[in-house]
Design a protein around this ligand. Structure first.
Ligand SMILES: [Zn+2]
Ligand SMILES: [Zn+2]
Length: 103
C-alpha cells in the first residue's frame, strides 16, 4: 500500500502506475523504491523527534557526575551553525541527572 507524497491519500495501483485519486499525483513505478526509502527515513526522523522519552534513547557508558552511576542515555543537540559538532546531552539512567558533554 502506498500513500500520496503530495496529499497523503491512500494510493491503489492501476494499469501499472500509482495514481492518487485525491489530487491526481502520479508516482512512477521506477521511482517506487526511492519513494519507499524516503518514507522510511521520514519514519526514523519521527522516532528521533519522540526522543524526549528517555526509554527510547541510546545508552552509553558515561559516569554521572551526580551519583557516579556509569550508564547514561544521550541525545544529540545540533547547534545552529552546521560546522559545529552537535552537543551531547546525557541523562543518568539511575538518578535522572542531566548534563552536557563538552569535548
Ligand atoms: Zn494526492
Ligand atoms: Zn546519576
Amino acid at each position: 500500500m502506498e500513500f500520496c507524497p503530495k496529499c497523503g491519500a491512500m494510493i491503489l495501483p492501476s494499469n501499472g502506475e500509482l495514481k492518487c485519486n485525491s489530487c491526481g499525483e502520479v508516482i512512477e513505478i521506477e521511482n517506487k523504491e526511492s519513494f519507499k526509502i524516503s518514507r522510511k527515513i521520514k519514519a526514523e526522523e519521527n522516532v528521533k523527534m519522540l526522543g524526549e522519552d528517555v526509554d527510547v534513547l541510546p545508552t552509553t557508558t558515561e559516569t554521572c557526575p551526580e551519583c557516579g552511576h556509569d550508564k547514561a542515555v544521550y541525545k544529540l543537540l545540533q547547534t545552529r551553525s552546521a560546522d559545529e559538532a552537535p552537543t551531547r546531552i546525557f541523562t543518568c539512567t539511575k538518578c535522572k541527572h542531566t548534563w552536557r558533554a563538552y569535548d
